[in-house]
Write a protein of this length. Structure first.
Length: 185
């Protein structure tokens, strides 16, 4: 369900772009993100910090796009978000010696510390590359191609990356004592 909620503003942006153009799509994405935040707050009583950051970024860059009638701002929005996420992960590790990915996910995964560190750097690299690819598509192709990439390309690359991570992690997950298979005679 969470993934569907995260997908909601992107899907509405895509549909609105196809029906009304980049400025309509930008307004729809801003409104959809606000509705998403409101629904999450109503449903759970709290909103994750990264979702607040996403709302701030779409408001800032979407607002600049609408005020200036310059689509450059909205095209930068995914890159800023990717680089911010990667920067927070990297900064946590380098500045505070805290693996924020491990802090977030350790309740779901039991991994050795070196694997957590490789996982963190893989995500930092992924977010960095995603930001660069977004800019490359945004400024080397027409807006229609960028919008298609934003939905299908970005989501596709994320899916491939997550599946590759799952395969890698499958080899390193520590079993709890109660999860180990019993010896058979």
């Amino acid at each position: 369900m969470k993934m569907l909620m995260d997908f909601f503003p992107i899907a509405l942006f895509f549909i609105a772009f196809k029906l009304g153009g980049i400025y309509v799509a930008t307004g729809v994405a801003m409104a959809a993100t606000l509705v998403q935040i409101g629904w999450l707050y109503f449903k759970h009583g709290k909103v994750e910090p990264m979702q607040w950051v996403s709302l701030a970024i779409i408001t800032l860059f979407g607002g600049a796009t609408l005020l200036t009638h310059d689509e450059t701002f909205i095209k930068w929005k995914p890159t800023i978000l990717y680089w911010l996420m990667g920067g927070v992960l990297l900064g946590g590790q380098l500045l505070f010696k805290r693996n924020l990915l491990m802090k977030i996910m350790s309740a779901q995964l039991n991994l050795p510390d070196p694997v957590w560190l490789r996982l963190l750097f893989a995500w930092v690299a992924f977010f960095t590359v995603m930001g660069v690819v977004n800019l490359w598509v945004a400024f080397n192709f027409d807006t229609d191609t960028w919008v298609n990439y934003k939905l299908f390309g970005g989501m596709g690359l994320m899916l491939v990356f997550v599946l590759a991570q799952a395969v890698y992690l499958g080899r390193h997950i520590k079993l709890e004592e109660t999860d180990k298979p019993a010896d058979t005679p």
